[in-house]
Write a protein that binds this ligand. Sequence first.
Ligand SMILES: Cc1ncc(COP(=O)(O)O)c(C=O)c1O
Length: 459
Amino acid sequence: MLHFKTIIEPFRIKSVEAVKFTHREDRVAALAEAGYNVFQLRAEDVLIDLLTDSGTGAMSASQWGALLQGDESYAGSRSFFRFRDVVQELTGFRHVIPTHQGRAAERILFQTVLKPGDVVPNNNHFDTTRANVEVEDAEARDLVIPEGRVPSAIHPFKGNVDLAALERTLATDGKRVPLVMVTVTNNTGGGQPVSLENLRGVRALCDRYRKPFFLDACRFAENAYFVKKREAGQSGRTPREIAREMFSLADGCTMSAKKDGLANIGGFLALNDDDWAERCRNLLILTEGFPTYGGLAGYDLEAVARGLEEVLEEPYLRYRIRSTEYLHERLVAAGVPCLQPAGGHAVYIDARELLPHVPPLQYPGIALVNALYVEAGIRGVEIGTVMFGRQPDGSEEPGAMDLVRLAIPRRVYTQSHVDYVAEAVIGVAGMKDRLCGYRIVRAPAVLRHFTATFEPIPA
Ligand SMILES: Cc1ncc(COP(=O)(O)O)c(C=O)c1O
């Protein structure tokens, strides 16, 4: 019997979309026109788009088929009940509130339960989560373990919460904490997983201090697979069994179905508390839509319902985690400083270490992102000082890290695309001394990285 080492894409391709090849001078012009912010590029001018893994995945034939089953009734649609049943079967939460994407679930939850001066602990808040906490004049407090703050540190569960720090927050500021959150996997900290043991520890603290515990569950399936591979005693369980245990430890979750829902749009808020659910539903009706569609079409609900099942299939998760790890391995072997170990959905390059001549307040992440676009037509994203450096009082501090995230869309690119990306990053790293910093020309007060414009600071 043959034992294969090669992990193949667990699908065959039924429909393709051409990518556009451009010349370097076209990309130089396009980037200048975009104000040196790759969020402002036209996507068609990008060859390989690693801006995000959110909503960019390829749906399966089964999901496309399900679209035709969508029931577009305003109230009580069949598609809602299918969606609700899948979410309940997976999470066990009593109330399932569909939303158009993850941040809508966050906004509805936080607007309902936060008041000024409150504190929300999390391992690391994602940018929209942080912004939705801060817009309520509350504090988003990041309590990831110390290893989670050091890009080069190797730890199997670098997304874990520092339980001692969480206990200190609950003991000192407990009156101001309406809920505790944990993000699985921890996107801001490098797509790193959280162990079941750690989630059990958070649960125990929440029980002791009588606090509800919510998961930011965007990448729950990737987290479950890491638990299976890395946590003692978990290798014999299915990703679904592990995911169900993760949810069983929490009282609710926010979810962007654009990630591990394998859909192009969608999300939900799911929770057990009847009073919070009623208040959230009322807000949903005001701003998203009736509670059986929540800003989504019936066909979106169908696509998410199927996606939530497909995402837990083991051949898919094996391929998914391995393809990210493969890119990471190639970059590390070539000496490119990367956050260790590989994340589930993305590889994070340490731009601060790669470009020591570009100070954090001249945005080394932007310098690297822009060079990758100009030299190779690849679009990544800065996760660093531009994204997190602006303080609530308007001042600016270096972010904890200056990373460039190359996020891998689900089921979209093949191994030769990934090989091209590796070659491009290694090539750009080889010309690092020529990369210059940037200054901000204009930026909004909130979530500035999406729309800020920049100009290069000549060396
Ligand atoms: C960890 C995490 N939470 C929340 C969100 C927000 O989800 P959405 O983009 O669907 O609003 C994201 C999106 O990237 C995320 O990665």
